[in-house]
Design a protein around this ligand. Sequence first.
Ligand SMILES: [Zn+2]
Length: 408
Amino acid sequence: MGSLLVDNIGLLVTADPSQGDGPLGTLTGAALVADGETVAWIGPRAAAPAADRRLDAGRGCVLPGFVDSHSHLIFGGDRSAEFAARMAGQAYTAGGIRTTVAATRAASDETLAARARSLVTEALTQGTTTIEIKSGYGLSVPDEARCLHLAGSLTRETTYLGAHIVPPEYADRPDDYVALAAGEMLDACAPYARWADVFCERGAFDADQARTILTAARDKGLGLRLHANQLGRGPGVRLAVELGAASADHCTYLSSDDVAALADSVSRDSPGTVATLLPGAEFSTRSTYPDARRLLDAGATVALATDCNPGTSFTSSMPFVIALAVREMRMTCEEAVLAATAGGATALRREDIGRLTVGARADLTVLAAPSYVHLAYRPGVPMVREVIRGGEQTPSATVGTPIADHSW
Ligand SMILES: [Zn+2]
């Protein structure tokens, strides 16, 4: 693989304030050298060491590859009709997931894998170099296990979400499903999963059910995350903090106690339970956005992710999420970019990604724009010119260009 010099950078965003100016640690007149998969050198252009290859950034802004810490890419079927109906005035309920469960169960491994691969490629072309992928549309022991096995061929950040909803065949005995999800299903899935997640929401799983499943998963060595407080106030966020989960995701309806719990979980030694905001879901369901300002001002750690899924947020675009966060959630451009890079890495408890520092993975995005501000300032415009993943230039990041090797 050798070394790669990224040169002629207009503005380098390190996402590490100790390395440069402002909260994003920006540098001007800088260059970066990757040796193999790792960042080996960052410094003034004129002092850059020789490298085997050179990439001219064209005076564009260079930033860490986006870390999308929340997605549901293993699914069958299509829910565009449901979206159209919702836009025509119907409200979203968690039940729409059942449509995707039926289609996923009916789909072959090849069909599911091809769909997920194309979405991973779509995300990559928009600057996402790490993506978390959940199960949760199988909801039987063999279907959850095969979905996680497929996810594991695309990313190491795999999440067991057997407790997405209670499947129809358990509708009259939900506690039996909880026992399955905390028992035989977990046993079958744990070898393929790094994380466990539960949809803790009215209409899905209550706090006691979620605690049963998550503590069983923790005993199996899985890290914890939760879908919490998306559709209304509830116990999800405080349960996430109680269990020391890496992330509480959605955080749309929060009480003062919820906000305080997230902020108080942050300490000198720990980033606490990250509040992962998913504004693509509010956009796509025409719902109230989370109050990011309140969380940031309280001192909580905030991440942004796509929630890419066929029902409520069918976007793989982190630039779009950044634009929503700035426009609709009153995050500053700096806060949004930080939440989409270092914030996502923290939500996945990864220190090797989400920042450009010596020793980190050489995952970076070159924008066809002079500043990261353009990600929000020019919404919907293809802005990603090059994507480097593990020190390797990915084939042209032009939208729609097929990429042969999808392995992460
Ligand atoms: Zn989700």
